[in-house]
Design a protein around this ligand. Structure first.
Ligand code: KG4
Ligand code: ZN
Length: 357
C-alpha cells in the first residue's frame, strides 16, 4: 500500500498543501500566492500574511486532497513547516497540521523550511542522492549547505546581510518596478546590456562561503541617484535631487541596463561561491533551490561554468523552487518512515536553524 503524506507550508506568503505518494510522487501540489495582497507595499506585511493564511489554509488543503483523489481518512501522515519564517504565518500551518493529525490519529512531523528547499531537487531528480552541496537562495535566505545524509547538514556559508531574493525585491522596489522583484528584474534585464553598468561583487575571502548583497544594493541606489541628479540638472537647473523623484526621469533603456548589471553581479557571486564550495566539498554535485533558482540567467551561467569545472548541477523545476508543500512532505517522509513523531506541544520557531556551522 502506498504511503500518503500531506505536506503543509505557510512559513511566508504562500499557503501551500500537497499530497505525496511514497515520498517521491507528487499526487497534488496547490499553492495560493499572496503576491497581489502585498504588492502595494513592495514587500510582505506579516500581519496581513497570517490573516490570509487563516482564510486560505482549509480551501488549499481541501483542493490538494481533491486533486490527489485522496480522502482525509486515507492519509498516513502529515509534515508541516515548523520554521524558520514569519511566526504568525508558521503558526497557522503548523496548528492546522497538529489539529488534523490529532483528529485523524496519524503521525505529524515538523519540517525545517530550508531542508524542504533542499528536498525539492531530490523530488525532481530521481537519480540524485546524498551527499551534495545545496544553495538555497530565496527572499529570506541565502544559505549554502553540505547535505551529507537525510537529516545531516553542515552550513557552509550564509548571507551576512540581505538575502539574494531580498536584494532583487529591494532594488525592484527602488526602481518602482513592482513586487516580487526577481521575475520583474529578470524581464527588464533581458532588454538591457549586462556590461553597460558594472556593479561591485562581494566575494568572500578564501575558505569562507559567506555572501553579502547590501553593498550591491547601495551601489544601485547611488548609481540611480547620480544618474537622476544629472538628468534633473540638465532638465531644470536644480542642484537638489529629491530622493523619490528619479523614476520618471530614468530612461527605460537605462533601467534595463541597471537591471541587467545588477542581476549579473548577483549571479556572478552566487555562481562563484557555490561552485567553489561544491568543488572543495566531498561531492561534485550541486543543487540549487529557492525562488532565486528560477532565474534563467543564474541557471545558464551556472550550467556553463559548472561544465567547465566538472560539477554536476541539479535544478528543481520553477514550481518546486519557490515555496511549495511537496518539498515539505518530501523532507518529512523519511523521518516519518523512521518512526519519528512530534508531540502536539511542538511550537513554531521563527529562527529555526538547519545544520551546524
Ligand atoms: O523561495 P521563495 O518563493 O520564498 C521564500 O522562501 O522567500 O522565494 C521568493 C524570492 C523573492 O525574493 C523573489 O523575488 C525571488 O525569490 N525570485 C526570483 C525570481 N523568481 C523569484 N529572483 C530572481 N529571479 C527570478 N526569476
Ligand atoms: Zn522558501
Amino acid at each position: 500500500m502506498a504511503h500518503l503524506t500531506l505536506g503543509i507550508e505557510t512559513s511566508c506568503d504562500e499557503t501551500a498543501a500537497a499530497v505525496l505518494e511514497d515520498g517521491r510522487r507528487i499526487r497534488s501540489s496547490v499553492v495560493a500566492s499572496q503576491d497581489l495582497l502585498h504588492a502595494p507595499y513592495g514587500g510582505i506585511v506579516p500581519e496581513l500574511a497570517s490573516r490570509r493564511h487563516v482564510e486560505a489554509i482549509w480551501p488549499v488543503v481541501r483542493e490538494a486532497l481533491t486533486v490527489a483523489g485522496v480522502s482525509l481518512a486515507e492519509l498516513n501522515g502529515i509534515a508541516a513547516t515548523s520554521g524558520p519564517g514569519l511566526i504568525g504565518s508558521l503558526l497557522v500551518g503548523l496548528c492546522f497540521g497538529k489539529a488534523l493529525a490529532f483528529a485523524r490519529h496519524i503521525p505529524l512531523v515538523g519540517v525545517n523550511h530550508l531542508e524542504g528547499h533542499l528536498y525539492a531537487a531530490l523530488l525532481d531528480h530521481e537519480e540524485l542522492s546524498f551527499p551534495f552541496t545545496g544553495l538555497v537562495a530565496s527572499g529570506g535566505h541565502t544559505h549554502l549547505y553540505l547535505a551529507m545524509a537525510p537529516g545531516e547538514y553542515r552550513l557552509l556559508g550564509r548571507t551576512r546581510d540581505d538575502a539574494a531574493g531580498e536584494a532583487f525585491d529591494k532594488v525592484a522596489k527602488f526602481l518602482g518596478l513592482g513586487y516580487p522583484g526577481g521575475p520583474l528584474i529578470e524581464e527588464w534585464a533581458r532588454k538591457g546590456d549586462p556590461n553597460a553598468v558594472r556593479f561591485p561583487r562581494s566575494v568572500p575571502p578564501r575558505g569562507s562561503y559567506d555572501f553579502s548583497f547590501s553593498g550591491l544594493k547601495t551601489a544601485v541606489v547611488n548609481f540611480v541617484k547620480r544618474s537622476t541628479f544629472n538628468v534633473q540638472r540638465s532638465d531644470s537647473g536644480s542642484r537638489q535631487p529629491s530622493a523619490f523623484s528619479f523614476q520618471p526621469a530614468l530612461d527605460p533603456a537605462l533601467v534595463a541596463d541597471i537591471c541587467a548589471g545588477f542581476q549579473e553581479a548577483v549571479v556572478d557571486v552566487l555562481v562563484r561561491v557555490s561552485l567553489t564550495a561544491a568543488k572543495e566539498s566531498a561531492s561534485q554535485r550541486l543543487i540549487l533551490a529557492g525562488g532565486v533558482a528560477c532565474n534563467g540567467r543564474l541557471r545558464s551561467k551556472l550550467t556553463e561554468r559548472a561544465m567547465e569545472e566538472g560539477v554536476h548541477v541539479y535544478y528543481p523545476k520553477p514550481s518546486l523552487c519557490t515555496d511549495n508543500a511537496a518539498m515539505i512532505a518530501a523532507a518529512g517522509y523519511p523521518r516519518m518512515l523512521r518512526g519519528e513523531r512530534v508531540p502536539l506541544s511542538l511550537n513554531a520557531d521563527a529562527d529555526l536553524a538547519l545544520g551546524v556551522m
